[in-house]
Ligand binder design. Sequence first.
Ligand SMILES: CCCCCC/C=C/CC(=O)SCCNC(=O)CCNC(=O)[C@H](O)C(C)(C)COP(=O)(O)OP(=O)(O)OC[C@H]1O[C@@H](n2cnc3c(N)ncnc32)[C@H](O)[C@@H]1OP(=O)(O)O
Length: 661
Amino acid sequence: MSGADIREFSRPMTGPALVPLIDAIEAGEKPVVAAIEGMALGGGLELALGCHYRIAHSKAQLGLPEVTLGLIPAAGGTQRLPRLIGFPAALDMIITGRRVSAGDALKLGIVDQVTERNAGEVAVAFARSVVDCPLVSRRLSTWPPLCPADLDNILQMALARAWQRGRGALAPVACVQAVQAARLPYSQGMQQEQKLMSMLFASPQARALQYCFFSQRAVGKWSMPNGACWDNSTARPIRKAAVIGLGTMGRGIAVCLVLAGIPVIAMETDEKQLEAARRVVMALLEKEVQKLAVGLHLGLIHFTLEQRYLREVDLVIEAVFEDLALKKQLFAELSSVCHPDTLLCTNTSQLDVDQLATATSRPDLVVGMHFFAPANKIKLLEVVFTSRSSPEAVATAMQLGKWLGKVSVAVANCPGFVGNRMLRPYVEQAGFLLEEGATPEQVDSALEHFGLAMGVFRMSDLSGLDVGWRVRKAAGLTGPGVPQGQLLQTQQGYRYSPLADLICQKGRLGQKTGCGWYLYEGPGGHMARPDPWVHAFLEEYRRVHGLQPRSIGQQEVLERCLFALINEGFRVLEDRIVMDPVALDVIYVLGYGWPAHTGGPMYYAGEVGLPRVLGRLEYYQRVHPDIPHLRPSALLRQLVAKGSPPIHKWMWHIEEGSSRL
Ligand SMILES: CCCCCC/C=C/CC(=O)SCCNC(=O)CCNC(=O)[C@H](O)C(C)(C)COP(=O)(O)OP(=O)(O)OC[C@H]1O[C@@H](n2cnc3c(N)ncnc32)[C@H](O)[C@@H]1OP(=O)(O)O
């Protein structure tokens, strides 16, 4: 049972109340044995906890995921679980919402028996065997709480961790407060649990998180502007795949494929890189085997320098150096080496997938599969289709992403696809704010206080400032042939900030060089500290360019950065790069650290109010007429003019025929 029907949360609850039902089962004189066959989640597990015994199938999974929906377990889970397995283990399960396997549940003491047989049949036999046993000791709510001597410290640490990791989310904190009440007698603890649940149940954060839940499933029902979609396109079986280019991304992708049980040809052109990759990939797989406690056939992966092995694969994922000429050459080679039906996929994060398709004799079988670093951890996958990609190729890439445990989002080919396209105005505004008087830490602090996992400058230092520098050079925005350091640089007619280029020219590439926008303990360091050199550099830049620095508040940072990003999201919708705004929210929550408890950038825009987003963009555009990204999009204007319809109706208002594909 996967718990309550989340769709019911937005309408009056029907049916018997769960709490008195569970309490009645527990208080009954007849032994009740829970048989857990598949999932016991949320209310499902809470019901099982009210039973006197629990039998689980070996493949069952158990958990209290309410926190992921902005709630807390509200049918006694926060009171019974700590009594059964202790405060530390209960806090971990309830604050994270993670599922545990039947085996782990047995070790924790959540279940009494695990079986390979039908759990229902085993439970009936078990019930017969205990029919004369007294039930007094089986009623968890009557158990005294297992309070360790350092419980205060445990709870304080859990609360601190919930605040820090939650990044403004209320539910994790409420989870700790509810579990804390398990020190009280059951009835008093239940009052606290109900009070906290009532506070959360109708909260905007709970609505936003439940929107995220359904959005991440809705994107699986993908569609393309030409009418192809998830239920009229057939995916091909992938019996064997290849990953070409075993740098950081290629290694992560290879690990994903092996963990999904797909045989992999892992290919490099350089012997040393191949050996280094072999060591890293095998170590990652060994670690996953231990963590997942699953049998894994490490022989699924074959490392090679030879292209001849590519002939037998159904799909290739290229992850070589981010250079268009190099990728085009490789795709041309693959076109002749691989079987005519082999799908050719690229992991590029920015480059034009259409040009790669043109380099082959099979453009219909070329799609982008844009993984996010670390590829074996981040759940997001952008599947990029061109106007020539066949529905079958898109369906296959989307299905493969699901097999890899990813949330696949189908997006049309355009510069930066969706995530990086929306990121550009966001990063651009941050650079302008530095010119106007802010410091990197002031901008990052505002963004992280909003709930982003990492501010824009800490993120740039992490990924390496040379990544963006290479993209700007390729776009002709900077480089040897472009005049540097002019007053308020303009490039291609618009305001352009050369600050990032100047930082890179000083060899400050971020964590990898020990300094970038911040100072680190050394090359490869992670502890970002404000850097006096950067402050002096900014002051000198403003002086040379006659820029009068001003104090810039958090609100302006958020509006300039986030509303510019949201505005680009509306342009993405206008261009029909995606067919549903929820796709943008899924991409930003899963791939860019946008706080899920605000729903995602487009959902957040609706919560802030589209008229306010429009008004603020119009204001900033008046102040900065030389920044086109601040010019409100036509769709945003249209939606405001139509009275700000709800997000699921936005696409109704896009003029027909505006599709780019
Ligand atoms: C004031 C007091 C009020 C108290 C009442 C509140 C009580 C709360 C306690 C709870 O029980 S809260 C709910 C707890 N349960 C969950 O959070 C489980 C959510 N579901 C999942 O984690 C997964 O679906 C799964 C169960 C692990 C299965 O995953 P799988 O990948 O196999 O399938 P999905 O694609 O995720 O789902 C398939 C399909 O089913 C829909 N769905 C799944 N779970 C729910 C649910 N709990 N409520 C409504 N719908 C659910 C999902 O949306 C998919 O639908 P689609 O139309 O096919 O896309």
